[in-house]
Design a protein around this ligand. Sequence first.
Ligand SMILES: Nc1ncnc2c1ncn2[C@@H]1O[C@H](COP(=O)(O)OP(=O)(O)OP(=O)(O)O)[C@@H](O)[C@H]1O
Length: 609
Amino acid sequence: MSRGRHREYSEPEGEQKKFSFGESMKKAGRIFKFLRPWRTQFIIGNILLLISSLATMTFPFLMGKLIDTATSKGIGTLFTDTNTTALILMGILIAQAVISYFRVSTFATVTEKAMGNVRTALYDKLVTLSIPFFEDRRVGELTSRSTNDVDQLEDMLSDTLPDFVRQVVTMILGIVFIFIISPKLTLLMLATVPVLVIVAMIYGKFIRKLSKERQDALAASNVVVEETIHNIHTVKSFTNEAYESKRYRSNLDKVIQTGIRGAVNRGAFSTFLISGLFGSFVLVLWYGATLMKAGELTAGTLTSFMFYTGFIGGAVAMFGMLFGRLQKTIGASERIFEILDERGEILMPEQEAPIQKINGNIEFQDVRFHYPTRTDVEVLKGISLKANKGDKIALAGHSGAGKSTIAQLILRFYEPGSGNLLVDGIPAQQYDLRALRHNMAIVPQEVILFGGTIRENIAYGKPTATDEEIIAAATRANAWQFIAAFPEGLNTVVGERGIKLSGGQRQRIAIARAILKDPAILILDEATSSLDSESEKLVQAALEELMKDRTTFIIAHRLSTIRNADVIYVLDKGRIAEAGRYEALVLTEGGIFQNLLQLSNSGQLTVDR
Ligand SMILES: Nc1ncnc2c1ncn2[C@@H]1O[C@H](COP(=O)(O)OP(=O)(O)OP(=O)(O)O)[C@@H](O)[C@H]1O
């Protein structure tokens, strides 16, 4: 249904935090750490910015002077000759343009590099975080942090910050200049223009809010249209056309009401802008003209004054916007640092270190466990089981009994709540996590390949593998035959932009990957949906090859791979209810295993008695 559809992650409005300048600056300051490697360029960029801002502030002054040259008598001296003044103005203009070029490119380069490092740091942290971290968060939220939030930081460093410096310079120098030109006119200007600019901004924000309300109302009414068309059969079979029409109309009424409110306010805003804001300019100009008449100002100085007034008005407006942008950036950096400050479960190795080999003896001793997101539900209630090196252990049980949970604990995606998990007789926590997982491989239920070539997908199990090793693994996994049949062989691209492999083919690629990894412990999450019999046979043979000499845990969904298991543990609501070999369990009258077999309607599972 359209309501449940994926939405872009955005900060919930109610969660916007109170803005505290000092605290926020401290947080934003951490971002500068990422600039450290390029601090010289960053400082040069700031110096260039300061020079170009100063140069801009000379324009109104020189333009005023240029106008005054028309009535000036002294020829040839600085600012009294029209041509000389125009040339100076042009010279500064060109210098400012060149400086701006270097300033913008310096800032952009530094920011790109720094943000590249932020993105890498964020990604490196994300992939090393534990599974419970990902369970607490939505994918959209996490991807938004590494894209939108970093984009916002980038904007701050390349635009917001330089704009801020420029506006500060404009404001301070502008007020100093106009004070020198005319203190009286300055006081009148300061009492009117900035005040009205601030009012205009607040009003503008209110109007934007109204237009967003209308957008939201329109989106809600479109949901009705989508739902109705989607479920047109239901609507018609219930003859609810009139009901839906009424529902749509009532939604649309909200759109119209908010639309009209917005329109009325936009009209009032225009009136205010023309009469209030521009009126204040006229007021200043009128008073300026009066002073000019009295001989206190020249035409040129009044022109300079009016330009500076425009600059200052613009700066006040910009401050409001910059403040909003700064607040957003603080939010973005907070979210980024929240991830960066998380403790990863493993450290990214500087270089590949030799990995300790394990034998593959696994023992659960009275393990109890609940998922961090559901502390009230105990999923494993005292599991004790043992697998010796090379054993094939099957985990059977109804859906939700806890089979996959046991596998997740072996992989140490989670830690047991109580009890012990021993690997080769040593508590699993005492192992280096990377080393432990290096000795394990999983063939998941539903194999999703990475976008890339078949070679890359198989070599995922051992990135240093040679082509010979990859082909050998693919052959053992019964995959080489179909790979070799592709014109591009191992270079065949799979995934979204490549060819689509069948379920059985994908499984055999995953098996080849696991063979290449050569783990001591293997976890097979048996596919729930059945493959066609030919494919099933190939996959089964590949699995047999893979399981040789490894401790294997089979999460049995269809019970098709577990006839030869050394021990089948039958789980029931987080407890081991039955354990033994297939032949024995089948004979346990009224047992859960028997019940499972009866329920299984795959046809292959005829009970051998
Ligand atoms: N990530 C999780 N967070 C919270 N609860 C979970 C999580 N994963 C599983 N559970 C719950 O733990 C219980 C055991 O789930 P588990 O996946 O281990 O069962 P299973 O026997 O493998 O089932 P199936 O055969 O359907 O895969 C279930 O009640 C399930 O709802």
